[in-house]
Design a protein around this ligand. Sequence first.
Ligand code: SF4
Ligand code: SF4
Length: 366
Amino acid sequence: MRRTVEFRPHTRNVFLHILTKCNLRCNHCYINPQEHGTGILGGDAIKKWLAIFASQSSGRSLGAGADTVFCSKACETNIIFLGGEPTLNPALPLAIKEAKNLGYGSITVDTNGFLFNNILEMVTPDELNYLSFSLDGSRPEVNDPIRGEGVFAACTNGIRRALAMGFGVSVIFTASRMNIHDLENMPGLLGRLGVRRFFIQVIGIRGRLSDARKDTSFLQLGRDEWESAVPRIAMSAARMGIHVTYPKVFLGLDEEFSCAGLVAQNYFVFPNGRVYRCPLCEDYPMHSLEIRDGALLDRPPITEREFFQLSIPEGCVFNKVLHPGNISYDESGSPICRVACCMLKEEALPEGGPDRHVLRQDPALT
Ligand code: SF4
Ligand code: SF4
């Protein structure tokens, strides 16, 4: 079965970067230390920040834009710990346990697979819903030119260890022109490893790739390349019992557009205290909130939130501003299709539905 996952009401997703440091240097790394800092969040700061976003007594969105999202009942809050490489932060086990104590709805750690600081021994599968491993190819010849020499072996070894210890495991594949040809081999690899949850992302021109002088046309996928491969391969993975989530990316002109900045509660939090509501703006100081002295504060205009209000025929405003080359026009100058919000997903479900409760909704990195 294939379905579009609408933005979920009464759900808050917090993407907490607990450091920006990493042992790898992936080609498409979206971390931008100039904008996100180089700090490492310690245990005390993580506890305070988790408490801010856990506040479940009210369904209101937090801070700036609070008037744009209002739920009459309490929200379930999901946390995704990210980096850099989050397992490099020795406070990660404490962070996971604290999130569990605070009643977060689901807890996920995104990792490059190196699993530093004995993370598998420091937490239990009951404390963590998912370890999500980034793997950009079904074999070293595809993955390692993107993520680094020896990374395929390290990552698949980490996956095997985590599965053997009973952890929930998912895999994230970032699709670009460097590896789209190999996507069809991923379901087979996941089947052999025993992974039943698969996220496909589209490469984002952010962080390391955002330098305007760089030509990224050799990486970015066009609409035809995306639509001819991804839904078909997702369905074939679903037939093998794998639950696949992938971004919608393009909308037909008759499909409804909505901006998650207005209708959903997603918070992208960096160790320097910046809090964005939209991941596309993360290379710019346009964050609508910031954490200062342990409190979440609104920032004055102009921030990303003023852009969320704009309605344009091309769909996502930030895509139009930052990546105008993604949009095609007909002879009259009208867009041929619209670009969906990067948070809008489709799912291909195995018969019988999802294998395990997970509410993750990651950005599609357009
Ligand atoms: S593993 Fe993640 S944080 Fe590290 S370099 Fe790669 S993309 Fe960046
Ligand atoms: S990606 Fe576009 S549509 Fe989605 S939150 Fe950001 S600005 Fe809004």
